[in-house]
Design a protein around this ligand. Structure first.
Ligand code: COA
Length: 272
């Protein structure tokens, strides 16, 4: 795969709506901003590094997307509350929140310090909580909306070199379900998307570096479709979840992984 995919959604699907995407300046987050913007949403990206934010905003603006940026560390609840309120003010309201910001470095437990474990749990899980709570208070509770959390397809399995990430994402999945239950009465749907192997991401680059393996080939063999995904595969899933077509879907974690999660035995049988 890895090839760009033309949208099969109406270009005005999210017209008049506004979205906030954490970690939106790079990688899958930027692709989510692009796809939401291409379908009419105004997008705000929130992350730590101003130079990345400026570059991504300029790039999307050149494509005709109303993109803005706000700088904050998702671990900092006070900064997040300020930025989310500022974003809701700037747009008039917030309709969509995508919790995509994540930290990741592949390391065995033997090489992982308590602070390293905490750094990733704080970014992925506490950060998702901080942004979700701030968005609920600032805007979503008034009129409903959609929250999509970017998780990981670890489910009930372990994941070597990923103790910190797997624990954090298990928490994100749990938070997704609880938020769906508590926020449902406010007209807010909450779901998660769990990406499989997406080519060209920072995470994949770091894995290749850490293991010396060609992770592309390894992952291709490790899902039944035998291919890697593209950032658009995640972005279009987010778009679908934010669309009226998903109006009865909440509290779900959807793996977008070429069937990798379904394949417990990883036997690589090919056609049988
Ligand atoms: N192996 C082992 N420990 C590591 C590590 C690695 N490769 N990288 C960071 N750590 C540890 C640090 O040593 C530190 O622990 P210590 O205080 O006990 O030494 C702890 O993690 C925090 O690191 P620090 O760099 O101070 O934290 P930070 O808050 O600035 O950044 C991350 C943490 C996770 C955001 C940073 O490592 C990072 O940029 N990761 C890449 C982001 C990424 O890949 N995103 C894609 C997600 S799929």
């Amino acid at each position: 795969m890895g090839e760009p995919l033309e949208s099969c959604f109406a270009p005005d699907l999210l017209a008049g709506r506004s979205a906030l995407v954490t970690g939106g300046a790079t990688g899958i987050g930027k692709e989510i901003c692009r796809v939401l913007g291409q379908h009419g949403a105004r997008v705000a990206m929130v992350s730590r590094k101003e130079e990345n934010l400026r570059a991504a905003c300029d790039e999307l603006a050149a494509e005709g997307i109303d993109a803005r940026w706000f700088s904050a560390d998702v671990r900092d609840a006070a900064a997040v509350a300020q930025v989310v309120a500022g974003c809701a003010d700037a747009f008039g309201r917030l309709d969509v929140v995508v919790n995509n910001a994540a930290g990741n470095f592949p390391v065995p437990i033997s090489g992982l310090s308590p602070n390293g474990f905490k750094a990733v749990v704080d970014i992925d899980l506490l950060g998702t909580y901080n942004v979700t709570k701030a968005a609920f208070e600032a805007s979503l509770k008034e009129h409903g909306g959609q929250i999509v959390n970017i998780s990981a397809p670890f489910e009930m399995k372990g994941a070597s070199l990923q103790a910190h990430v797997a624990a954090a994402k298990a928490g994100v999945d749990s938070l997704t379900r609880t938020c769906a239950v508590e926020f449902g009465p406010y007209g807010i749907r909450v779901n998660a998307v769990a990406p499989g192997h997406i080519s060209g991401t920072e995470g994949v680059r770091r894995f290749s570096e850490a293991t010396g393996a060609d992770t592309s080939d390894e992952h291709r063999a490790n899902n039944p479709l035998g291919v890697s995904g593209h950032g658009q595969d995640i972005a279009y899933t987010v778009l679908f979840l934010c669309s009226p077509a998903a109006r009865f879907i909440s509290g779900q974690v959807i793996a977008v992984d070429g069937g990798g999660t379904a394949d417990q035995l990883k036997m690589g049988l090919g056609r049988v």
